[in-house]
Design a protein around this ligand. Structure first.
Ligand code: UD1
Ligand code: CA
Length: 528
């Protein structure tokens, strides 16, 4: 087989297969107001993992059984990439009753009648498609009525036990040691409780056998529920074959019923994700402290320092460096970007070869164009910083479009909010903005202009202009020395020349009182 046809065989759907996912339970043992299957594992709702497997395999469609928080589960299900239907289980009467709700999806108009069903618990996010394919192959090869996935655990508490014909020999794998039944934890006898082979909750069931068997379920058991697992015994009683595939990697069988198990699933899944990216050419200085959500993608030769968190649907390019303590959520980061320590980036785009950080906060809706720089304590929101532009120190840039080759001086603030509404700031290409400038929006700075340090810009600026708005500097020679003397009770030294020191207007200040007045009057006329 060539590599690509192998890939195809591993990803193609299986003819005649319908899939049923049980996701209606609340999950009491989670102690949560959130339905169990919605709890995130590595940044995705638990149920979406089995949903992915289902969509990759089912040629005859997928039915998801919803109940608790059905609307929310439905929303997750609708994002799936496949032919997925939702069936409601209004009362949670057990897993057998849950699967029965799928009958309307598969049987009757439009008729689908799959030749066999794959049935999955919604709370087993570590299961892999490769294992499920093996289970299906075994089912088909043995012509079984039911094929189930099992695992041998040190501590089987809480799980349904797999009861075989010759209990003491099943570990040796005796050929005639067929599965007889599954006994739920709460229904076990003492001898059964000692069995360490458990039912994972993943089954393949013959298409003609399933629904008639479910119709015959009897809820007289410890929990008063219709147990799906009772169909195993039914098949045996009908003389049908029941086969079982034992998991080698028992992690895959972990069913999440409690927060402890949720934490364990998170640990295993995170480890799997890290290994995948390490193999794909990503360097992690400290893998254990590197957190990568399931839907993140990372390019080759990217380096992640300790305590980096990559969340949601973040896409990281090639040869990116992300330093310690940065958290990046739902962002696109271009090739060769450098992100220094302790940045928070959300729903933003950073284009190739830009530099971000340290201590940068990009709130949603930011675009940092190629080769731009955002540094030390800069916050941005719904703003674009053009190619090669720099905002390196202590700024807030919100609701702003900033052109290319712009310098944003230290401490520059876009005043985008008047207490009622937000307004836009537009800065043209090649503008130089000095330190400590306030841009009072709405305002537009024409390209090539220079805004002197300390300016409060309230009116639009034409291209290539200079804006200075500052109180003229007053310098009184000897003033401080006289004040010190007065404070300490000494005779103050005489003021030089006149009684008051001459006022010197420094360069860079507005040159006369008159022009200052004129300018501030002009600014006062501006209305919003
Ligand atoms: C189930 C199996 C048990 C197995 C274990 C593996 C049964 C009777 N028992 O037990 O043998 O070892 O899984 O993890 O099947 N659900 C519904 N509707 C219901 C009840 C449950 O949709 O009325 C869903 C839940 O949302 C969950 C799944 O079915 O996704 C399993 O239910 P859960 O209550 O967790 O079953 P377990 O007691 O763990
Ligand atoms: Ca469970």
């Amino acid at each position: 087989m060539t590599h690509s046809s192998q890939d195809q065989a591993l990803s193609s759907s299986i003819p005649g297969l319908g899939v049923i996912i049980m996701a209606a339970g609340l999950g009491k043992r989670m102690q949560s107001s959130l339905a169990k299957v919605l709890h995130p594992v590595a940044g995705r709702p638990m149920v979406s993992y089995v949903l992915d497997i289902a969509c990759g395999l089912a040629e005859e469609g997928v039915a998801v059984i919803v109940g608790h928080q059905g609307a929310e589960v439905r929303r997750v299900v609708e994002t799936a990439d496949g032919q997925v239907s939702v069936a409601e289980q209004t009362k949670q009467l057990g897993t057998g009753h849950a699967v029965l709700q799928a009958r309307a999806v598969f049987v009757g108009p439009p008729p689908r009648n799959p030749s066999r069903y794959l049935i999955l618990n919604g709370d087993t996010p570590l299961l892999t498609a490769a294992t499920v394919r093996k289970l299906l192959a075994m089912h088909d090869a043995q012509g079984a009525a039911v094929t189930l996935l099992t695992a041998v655990l040190d501590d089987a508490a809480g799980y349904g036990r797999v009861i075989r014909r010759r209990r003491d020999e099943w570990l040796q794998g005796a050929a005639d040691n067929a599965v007889q039944s599954i006994v739920e934890d709460k229904d076990t006898s003492e001898a059964e409780r000692a069995v360490r082979e458990i039912n994972v909750g993943t089954y393949v069931v013959d298409g003609e056998f399933l629904f008639p068997a479910l119709d015959k379920l009897d809820p007289r058991n410890a929990q008063g529920e219709y147990y799906l697992t009772d169909i195993v015994q039914m098949a045996v009683q009908q003389g049908r074959t029941v086969s079982a595939l034992r998991l080698r990697a028992i992690d895959e069988g972990l069913g999440i019923n409690s927060r402890v198990q949720l934490a364990e699933a998170e640990r295993v899944l995170r480890q799997r994700i890290r290994e995948r990216w390490l193999e794909a050419g990503v360097t992690m200085r400290d893998p254990a402290s590197t957190w990568i959500d399931a839907d993140v993608t990372i390019g080759r030769d990217t380096v992640l320092y300790p305590n980096v968190t990559l969340e949601g649907r973040t896409v990281i390019g090639d040869a990116v460096v992300v330093h310690s303590g940065s958290r990046i959520t739902d962002c696109t980061i271009g090739n060769r970007v450098e992100i220094l320590d302790h940045c928070i980036l959300r729903e933003s785009h950073v284009e190739a070869e830009s530099h971000v950080g340290p201590f940068v906060h990009l709130r949603p809706g930011v675009t940092v164009r190629r080769k731009a720089k955002v540094g030390n304590f800069v916050e941005m929101k719904k703003a674009e910083l053009g190619e090669g532009s720099k905002a390196n120190h202590l700024s807030y840039l919100g609701d702003a479009t900033i052109g290319s080759g712009v310098n944003i001086g230290a401490g520059t603030i876009t005043c985008n909010y008047d207490g009622y509404k937000k307004f836009q700031t537009v800065v043209g290409d090649g503008v130089f903005i000095g330190s400590d400038v306030q841009l009072v929006a709405p305002v537009t700075i024409g390209q090539g202009s220079v805004i002197a340090a300390g300016a409060t810009v309230t009116q639009d600026v034409p291209m290539d202009a200079l804006v200075i708005s500052r109180v003229p500097q007053v310098t009184r020679e000897g003033w401080a020395a006289r004040r010190r003397a007065l404070q300490s009770g000494q005779v103050p030294p005489p003021a030089p020349a006149a009684k008051r020191a001459p006022v010197k207007v420094a360069k860079g200040s507005t040159s006369s009182k008159r022009s200052v007045k004129k300018q501030s009057a002009g600014q006062r006329t501006k209305r919003r």
